[in-house]
Design a protein around this ligand. Structure first.
Ligand code: FUL
Length: 457
């Protein structure tokens, strides 16, 4: 039995281990020579945990979700527009990036583009001299946030849409966005298309778009159903798979905008034997729609809902991209701001007091059972956070967590499948004097999982 040198009492773990009947772990050998690992950009993306999505454009002024491209640019007139307010709010709430809809499906561009007159340059905003993308980029920089940009491939205004000419139009738009505003750390490709069977058909050249993005911004992560760097989680409800691998089989979701049961399963759960690292991003809105609608002001997600959302996204090895749509004034609505700050306060409270182990043990026995055990002074607890060291890949496929009661007896707190970057494990409030985490099966030995139990405060 090999203990780390920091283990103060050799009998602590041994006694505990005999008290639980542990099944033997199975190392399931991978068919790949090496299991995938994240790039530095993918790791940074995941560690950010929270990004704020800002759906803003002509729909904000027409009260629609999908514009049809015939909207007059004259409609776009956010009179109190203040990107610093968005960025300050995002930062205060612990978000690390803002992703702006530079162009939604209606084709209206929030920057003065050379590709079309359907843009802010034809609007009353700042007398036609405004640049929403530029102001959001500057605000992000001032607040130390990363910038991400959404550029809808589906364009209901562009004349070239549906023809080969659209490639050059779309690539020029990408070029403008990725050369004028400094570092862009995520480029978001939406798979949606509502043209219907008799509508326009556009053949997208995804490999070309993606490699063009990487030429201009090598460090950026590209989002779409099909990645290539990060994938859609498969729904807009804010719920990642209970089982959620960061790897996928890329042949199952080769392009954005396709659907079917096998595709949904791959997006939700990933694949333990997948050949590429493509973690899932969970996008959802703080309101019923993606764009601001005044009639939804009383339907903003509550603080407790947002805390739950953190658990079903970040707490399931995903990243949360939470949409907070700016109003017609060009500001985040006060209700939304208060909910975001409330979410931050609630999460800070939940994770305020990690229980410092008075004894600790890490063991990898000859038969492969991996155990991490901590003892601490008795406290009431309802949450433990598990973190697999994913820079070496994601391997664990079955685990259990037990808690030591005041009586000294052990009780099972939870069991599950994947862990990955982060697993937030919630259980009914229990007075605990220790926890024991056991890996029951894994695809590779990997390094020890970090186990952090929190006191209820
Ligand atoms: C969808 C779009 O159709 C919605 O309008 C929104 O932008 C959402 C994030 O993606 O596919």
């Amino acid at each position: 039995m090999a203990f780390l040198p920091a283990m103060p009492r050799r009998d602590f773990l041994a006694l505990g281990a005999s008290a639980l009947a542990l099944p033997l772990p199975r190392w399931t050998p991978s068919p790949h020579a090496a299991r995938p690992i994240p790039s530095a950009s993918q790791l940074a993306w995941q560690r950010d945990e929270l990004a704020l999505f800002a759906h803003f454009g002509v729909n904000t002024f027409t009260n629609r979700e999908w514009g049809d491209g015939t909207e007059s640019p004259e409609l776009f007139n956010p009179t109190a527009f203040d990107a610093r307010q968005w960025a300050r709010t995002a930062k205060a709430a612990g978000f690390k990036m803002i992703i702006l809809t530079a162009k939604h499906h209606d084709g209206f561009c929030l920057w003065p583009t050379s590709t079309t007159s359907h843009s802010v340059a034809s609007s009353p905003f700042r007398g036609g001299t405004g640049d929403v993308v530029g102001e959001v980029a500057d605000a992000c920089r001032q607040e130390g946030l990363r910038l991400g940009l959404y550029l809808s491939p589906w364009d209901r205004n562009a004349k070239a849409y549906g023809t080969d000419g659209y490639h050059a139009f779309y690539l020029t738009q990408l070029h403008e966005l990725l050369t004028r505003y400094g570092q862009v750390d995520e480029v978001w490709f939406d798979g949606a298309n509502g043209e219907g069977p008799s509508g326009k058909r556009q053949q997208y050249d995804w490999p070309r778009y993606w490699s063009f993005v990487k030429e201009l911004q090598p460090q950026t992560v590209i989002f779409s159903d099909a990645g290539p760097d990060v994938r859609w989680i498969g729904n807009e409800r804010g719920v990642a798979g209970e089982t959620n691998w960061a790897m996928v089989d890329p042949t199952v979701v080769p392009v954005p905008g396709v659907s079917g049961p096998a595709i949904e399963k791959m997006l939700q759960q990933g694949d333990p034997l997948g050949s590429v690292w493509r973690p899932g991003e969970t996008d959802t809105s703080i309101r019923p729609g993606w764009f601001y609608h005044a009639e939804d002001d009383a339907r903003v997600r509550t603080v407790s809902d947002l805390v739950t959302l953190y658990g079903t996204s970040v707490g399931r090895n995903s990243k949360l991209l939470l949409n907070v749509p700016p109003t017609r004034a060009g500001l985040l609505h006060d209700t939304d701001v208060q909910r975001l700050l409330g979410m931050r306060a609630a999460l800070d409270q939940q994770f305020a007091e990690p229980l410092e182990p008075t004894e600790t043990g890490h063991r990898r026995s000859a038969d492969g059972v991996v155990t991490v055990e901590h003892a601490f002074a008795p406290r009431r607890s309802s949450v433990t956070v598990l973190q697999e060291p994913i820079s070496g890949g994601q391997h664990i496929s079955k685990w259990q967590l037990a808690g030591r009661l005041a009586s000294g007896a052990w009780t099972e707190l939870a069991r599950g499948t994947t862990i990955g970057y982060k697993r937030v494990v919630s259980y009914p409030t229990t007075e605990l004097s220790g926890v024991r985490f056991v890996v029951e099966s894994s695809y590779a030995p990997g390094d020890f999982t970090t186990v952090r139990c929190y006191a209820e405060v």
